[in-house]
Design a protein around this ligand. Structure first.
Ligand code: PEP
Ligand code: MN
Length: 339
């Protein structure tokens, strides 16, 4: 149920309504908007007292009580008609400003990471990406530098001021990864690892949730619901291509996910054209399409020497191509009503 409170409600009135929701056997999730407080109340309406009577019992406090039809409740736009934004250090993602997250697929060395960080910053990126723990298809491929990689990311943040995003692969790494990163990336291979999602949510850090390799949009939204249900409202959905019969791309990038997620949910949408193509030569076109279709941010793999990258060499763009791409994106970002 979605309970919208009247404007200018006192803390005492808010507490009274929350107490009543809990008393009836529901878990309240409070969403504070600029003008109003909206409460998502989760519980089994068949076995608990209905919440619909809140309107008549608390007419001075409650403006409306509406059932949410979707299986994903807190993530749905029914629960929260306005767009939600995510705060990443001093940046707001999902608002007027468009963000670009860029960096190598894997952190390989200090020199590689710092060189990339400086170049992507100079080109206009605000967030540095880099994998320290890599989910490789084969156990014989480079698995990431681990803690050393996280330390290098922290060093790059210190030197450039860029925020950082890196993947969390395992529940056993939650404390270590969240100590270093500004955004936790949940990868395509883990996006329905619900225990990992819960552990990541509990850190309170912003979560970038990739779409799984073969994930339906409803499953993706429900995976996001796990994050919200565990009290973390800092969620971003990241489309990165899905598995189909097509072989010209590694993962055909589903750009239709942008307007669909925007319609179904209030959370920001990020597009990763690098995994979602697997081809450096397609990255520019995919980025332009994503911006024009209303994405809130891009996640792009950039490497000083893609031919020698330790992972995903075919899809990473060079520092020069990245700078050119950022110049080409500027007018499209403006035309899309962003900055
Ligand atoms: C990555 O970002 O390098 C990565 C492994 O992504 P995905 O989980 O989308 O495959
Ligand atoms: Mn990669």
């Amino acid at each position: 149920m979605i309970i919208v409170l009247k404007p200018n409600i006192s803390r005492k009135q808010e507490r009274a309504i929350l107490q009543e929701i809990r008393r009836r056997g529901y878990k309240p999730h409070v969403m504070r908007g600029v003008a109003r407080i909206v409460i998502g109340a989760i519980g089994d309406e068949l076995t608990h007292q209905s919440l619909e009577t809140l309107l008549t019992v608390f007419p001075q406090i409650v403006e409306s009580v509406t059932p949410v039809q979707r299986r994903y409740k807190l993530v749905s736009r029914e629960a929260h008609p306005q767009n939600s934004t995510v705060k990443i250090r001093d940046h707001i993602l999902g608002g007027k400003k468009f963000h670009v997250m860029a960096g190598p697929c894997s952190v390989e060395s200090e020199k590689q990471l710092l060189k990339t960080a400086e170049a992507v910053k100079a080109a206009g990126a605000t967030i540095l990406r880099g994998g320290a723990f890599k989910p490789r298809t084969s156990p014989y491929e480079f698995q990431g530098l681990g803690l050393k990689g996280l330390k290098l990311l922290a060093k790059a943040r210190k030197e450039t001021g860029l925020s950082i995003i890196t993947e969390l692969l395992s529940e056993s790494h939650v404390d270590m990864v969240s100590d270093y990163t500004d955004i936790i990336q949940i990868g395509a291979r883990n996006s329905q690892n619900f225990q990992l999602l819960i552990a990541a949510a509990k850190t309170g850090k912003p979560i970038l949730l990739k779409r799984g390799l073969s994930m339906k949009i409803e499953e993706w939204l429900l995976a996001g619901e796990y994050v919200l249900a565990h009290e973390n409202p800092n969620l971003m959905f990241c489309e990165r291509g899905i598995r189909t019969f097509e072989t010209y791309t590694r993962n055909p990038l589903d750009l239709s996910a942008i307007p669909i997620i925007k319609k179904e949910s209030h959370f920001p949408v990020v597009i990763d054209p690098s995994q979602g193509a697997g081809r450096a030569d397609l990255v520019r076109a995919m980025c332009k399409g994503a911006v024009a279709m209303g994405a809130d941010a891009l996640l792009i793999e950039v490497h000083p020497n893609p031919a020698e990258a330790w992972s995903d060499g075919t899809q990473q763009v060079s520092l020069e191509v990245f700078a050119e791409l950022m110049r080409e994106l500027r007018p499209i970002i403006l035309a899309a009503g962003r900055e």
